[in-house]
Write a protein that binds this ligand. Sequence first.
Ligand SMILES: Nc1ncnc2c1ncn2[C@@H]1O[C@H](COP(=O)(O)OP(=O)(O)OP(=O)(O)O)[C@@H](O)[C@H]1O
Length: 245
Amino acid sequence: MSEPLLRARDLSRTYHGGVRDFAALRDVSIEVAAGDWVAVTGPSGCGKSTLLHLLGGLDRPDRGEVWLAGQRLDTRSESERALLRRRHLGFVFQFLNLVPTMTVAGNVELPLVLQGIGRRDARRRALETLDELGVADTADAAPAELSGGQQQRVALARAVVHRPDVLLADEPTGALDSAAAETVLDLLRRRHEDGQSIVLVTHDHRVAAAADRVVTMLDGQIADERDLSGPTGRPTLRNLINLEG
Ligand SMILES: Nc1ncnc2c1ncn2[C@@H]1O[C@H](COP(=O)(O)OP(=O)(O)OP(=O)(O)O)[C@@H](O)[C@H]1O
């Protein structure tokens, strides 16, 4: 079998500095093949965002390994990880992280400009992507002038505009009404059909149901993993091992 596009093995991450140390992630392994769509669900605080940040090289594990496109990610320097991220990943953060001093279009152009794509092309592709998400009319506004739901779609546009190999998205529909959530799901389905891998954290059952695979976390570990792409709710190998173990 070919090497998965994104692979994490035995990841652990403990946060220090609170009243006591907190083990947010314990020995989590996950593989994402090219074209996979994985939804990560679980109760608040179970470690979903922590896992996503480690997969995207935004944070480093205390133990374990992260491999992206055949390259070890977690041992690289911050600048090397930024390069690999830029080349392979799109990221939607829970707190969006739009640049407040740039317009909406300027924010969405950023990943393209960083890849050396000319301004005019970058603008055209940014506007196309904003249009796909129903927010092209916000292009010249500042992010702060937008509603939370509009900002969320702009953040998603910025994450997919450069057609990354893998989209990592933390609650990309959290602030959206159902019509806007459907627009977002439509875009994700199109990108998935184009072969993009998607890993998204969600509390929304409808969004999770659109994925090929649903990973459920509990207390910093993977408690269940289900393959939705075949016969309904088929347990994965991991699931069977858990059941037997
Ligand atoms: N920087 C940090 N310092 C200390 N503790 C943290 C830090 N980040 C997260 N935590 C704690 O680690 C645990 C896991 O957090 P994480 O954000 O990964 O959970 P989550 O499943 O994404 O939660 P939610 O669904 O509420 O976003 C939580 O108890 C959280 O309070």
